[in-house]
Design a protein around this ligand. Sequence first.
Ligand code: SF4
Length: 361
Amino acid sequence: MGDNYFNLHPHCIPVRGYKRSSICDLQREEIYYIPNEIADILMADNDLPLELLFEKHSDHKDLLDEHIHYLIERGLGSIILNPVTSLNLTIPVTESTSYIDNAIIDIDDEHEVSFDIIFRALSRVGCRNLQLRFFRKSSIEELSAMMELLKPSLFKSIEIIVEYARSTRDNFFEFLTDKHPNIKSVFIHSSPATRILRAFDGAMGNILFTEQVIKSNACCGIIDPFTFAVNVKTFTEAQQFNTCLNRKVGIDTNGDIKNCPSSAIVYGNIYRDNLEQALKNAPGFEAMWHLKKDDFKACRDCEHRYVCIDCRVFLADPNDKLSKPLKCSYDPYSAQWEHEAGADEMFGYDTIEPFYQTIAR
Ligand code: SF4
């Protein structure tokens, strides 16, 4: 055993929390948990041969042995003949080349919407990923005309959230997603039954129906394990930027330009102002991009902090912009989630199907 070393695979990165550590497998997009003692040993002494590793940590021998077996069985690490000099914990951020990378557009039945004006403004700032949240029904004609404006050459990923309408048959949604390969998902809320019409793991063209009702932007900001994004982009971005707001713009039902449609601060109006100028003239807009999980109370001690999508609108303490998201029921100091069944009552909002959130990420 003298020349053997234990090596975590380079895509399996430990993140130390207050109570326990996670290992984020950024290739298979999975998360595992190990005790902090084991994470500390693996991070500090990964250059020691196994024999010396066990000798040095004889007080944790059984725990170490158990977890090395656990990590090997799950494909997170292996025994190798040469030591690795250091764990690569700082992967460079996957930077977007666009000023704005993604947008959320809210639509209700009290305000007129001009998709043409909104999409032209967004394409001018390089935005290629859209989420359209209809808090109302939409017709076949409206959805078809809207998608004709969203050419794949300009917009690469579209998510549509729309209220169920009895007159709109399943085959229309299948036709729409077949015709427009840039549709990532269509999520039909307020449906009579929850069902999956189409689901392609990690791929485009998903169609999901849910009984959940989404009638306002209060649906924003729910954090649970199903919303974690265990991937290189989020993991690297989270270490420098906000995982919800970085390079995002929100257009609310009134056309107001914000960081997120649910935010209070308005930077202009999409129908009256030049979007790029409105954003670049507002120092507060980009400042929100730089609020990262390592800065927030509780989150900074949480082993999920580099895979967790943030929310800066609904805060545990509305007077403290660095408090943790209100709609997170995880306590990193006990490593416990509050009982999920109580979540609706506790927060007073409509929960969104976890499956939808996984697809929509
Ligand atoms: S405490 Fe913070 S980082 Fe941890 S799960 Fe909750 S919101 Fe995410």
